[in-house]
Design a protein around this ligand. Structure first.
Ligand code: AHG
Ligand code: MN
Ligand code: MN
Length: 343
C-alpha cells in the first residue's frame, strides 16, 4: 500500500489554488499522463512487441523516423483528441498542426509534443522520454491555425516530460515550481517522489556533443576549452562531462544534481539555413519552462529562449540550459565576443 500523493491528486489540489480554473485542465493533464503510461509500457516491452528499428520514413526536419516515433505520436493523438479540452495539437513528427477533427468537441487549449525524445537511443536500450507543453488557444473559439501556436514560451500554461529510464518518471510544472513523480508499475500510478525540484546554481558538469567542436562559434569553444583545462586552466577546477543524446535524460540529470546542457549554433546549421538542432515548440520552450521554474536558466547563447516569438511551427533554436551561474557565463562569453565583433 502506498501512502504517497498521486499525480492526479496533486494536480487537483494545485488547481484549487488557481482562481477560475475548471476541471478541464486537470482532465487534460490526466489524458497526457495516460498517454505516457502507454508509451512507458511500449518502451519497456521493446523488441518483445517488435517496436525497435526504423520506420523507413522521414519527418519534416528530414530525420529518419523510428517505428516508435510514429507509434508514440499516434498514442498521444488518440489519448488527447476525444475529451474536448484541446483545440489542436502539434508534434515534431507531424508536418502540419492537428486540429481536433469535426464531430469531436473542441476545447480551449493547444498541446505541443515531442512524443519520443532521444529516439536514436531506443534501439540501444538507453533512456528516452516524452516532452509536452500546453498553451491557451487564442481567438475565442475560432478555428486554430499554425499561427495560434506561435506564442512565446512565457505563455505556456504547463510543461512536462516523462522519462523512461530505470524508473519511469513524470516531471511537471504549471508555473509554481517543479515536481517529480515516479510510476509505481504495480498500481499504475505516478506517485510524488521529488517535490520542489531545484537546480544548484553552480556546477562542475557539462553536456555537449563534442564531435561538433570544430563547427561551434568561438564563445562555446572557449567555454568548453576552459572546462577541459580543469584545475590547470582559468576555471581552476576540474569538470566532468556527460552526453546521453536524449535531452530528457540530460535535463533530468541537471534537475537532480545540477549541470549545463548545450546544443549550440554551429556552422553546419548556418550552411543549412537552420537556427539550431532542437525544436523551439516541442523541446526548447517546455524544457526552458521547467528549468527556469527549478531556479535554472535557459538561453540560446544570446537571449532567453522563452522570450522568442516563434516564426514557424518547426522552428529550431540553439539551447544552453541548466545551472544559473554557468549559463550566465556562456551568455557573457557570447556578449563579449559579439561586442568585439561590432567594434
Ligand atoms: P529526437 O530523438 O526527438 O529527434 O531528439 C534528439 C535530440 C535531443 O534529445 C538530443 O539532445 C540531441 O538530439 C542529440 O543529438 P546528437 O545525435 O547530434 O548528439
Ligand atoms: Mn527530441
Ligand atoms: Mn522525438
Amino acid at each position: 500500500m502506498h501512502n504517497g500523493t498521486t499525480i492526479t491528486q496533486f494536480i487537483i489540489e494545485e488547481q484549487r489554488h488557481i482562481s477560475g480554473a475548471t476541471g478541464d485542465f486537470t482532465s487534460l493533464l490526466n489524458d497526457i499522463v495516460t498517454a505516457c503510461k502507454v508509451i512507458s509500457n511500449m518502451v519497456n516491452k521493446g523488441d518483445l512487441i517488435g517496436v525497435l528499428g526504423s520506420a523507413g520514413s522521414e519527418n519534416v526536419q528530414g530525420e529518419t523516423q523510428k517505428k516508435m516515433d510514429i507509434l508514440t505520436n499516434e498514442v498521444f493523438i488518440k489519448s488527447n483528441e476525444w475529451a474536448g479540452h484541446l483545440a489542436a495539437m502539434a508534434s515534431e513528427e507531424m508536418d502540419d498542426i492537428y486540429p481536433i477533427p469535426e464531430g469531436k468537441p473542441r476545447g480551449k487549449y493547444l498541446l505541443t509534443f515531442d512524443p519520443l525524445d532521444g529516439s536514436s537511443n531506443m534501439d540501444v536500450n538507453v533512456s528516452v522520454g516524452t516532452i509536452f507543453s500546453i498553451l491557451r488557444c487564442p481567438g475565442e473559439g475560432a478555428a486554430p491555425t499554425e499561427a495560434s501556436f506561435l506564442q512565446p514560451g512565457t505563455e505556456q500554461v504547463a510543461a512536462g516530460y516523462a522519462i523512461y529510464g530505470p524508473s519511469t518518471m513524470m516531471v511537471l510544472t504549471t508555473g509554481h515550481g517543479v515536481n517529480g513523480f515516479t510510476l509505481d508499475q504495480d498500481i499504475g500510478e505516478f506517485i510524488l517522489t521529488h517535490p520542489n525540484m531545484t537546480i544548484p546554481e553552480n556546477t562542475r558538469e557539462f553536456a555537449i556533443n563534442a564531435s561538433n567542436n570544430r563547427f561551434w562559434e568561438y564563445p562555446v569553444q572557449r567555454y568548453v576549452e576552459e572546462c577541459l583545462a580543469g584545475s590547470e586552466g582559468p576555471r581552476g577546477e576540474d569538470f566532468n562531462m556527460r552526453w546521453i543524446a536524449s535531452m530528457v535524460a540530460e535535463v533530468h540529470r541537471i534537475l537532480t544534481r545540477g549541470g549545463i546542457f548545450m546544443y549550440p549554433l554551429d556552422s553546419k546549421m548556418k550552411e543549412k539555413g537552420i537556427g539550431g538542432k532542437l525544436r523551439l515548440l516541442y523541446e526548447g520552450n517546455p524544457m526552458s519552462f521547467i528549468i527556469e521554474q527549478a531556479g535554472g536558466a535557459a538561453i540560446t547563447g544570446r537571449e532567453r529562449i522563452m522570450e522568442i516569438t516563434p516564426n514557424a511551427l518547426h522552428q529550431r533554436v540553439p539551447v544552453v540550459l541548466g545551472s544559473k551561474n554557468e549559463v550566465q557565463r556562456v551568455l557573457d562569453y557570447h556578449r563579449e565576443h559579439d561586442a568585439m565583433d561590432a567594434e
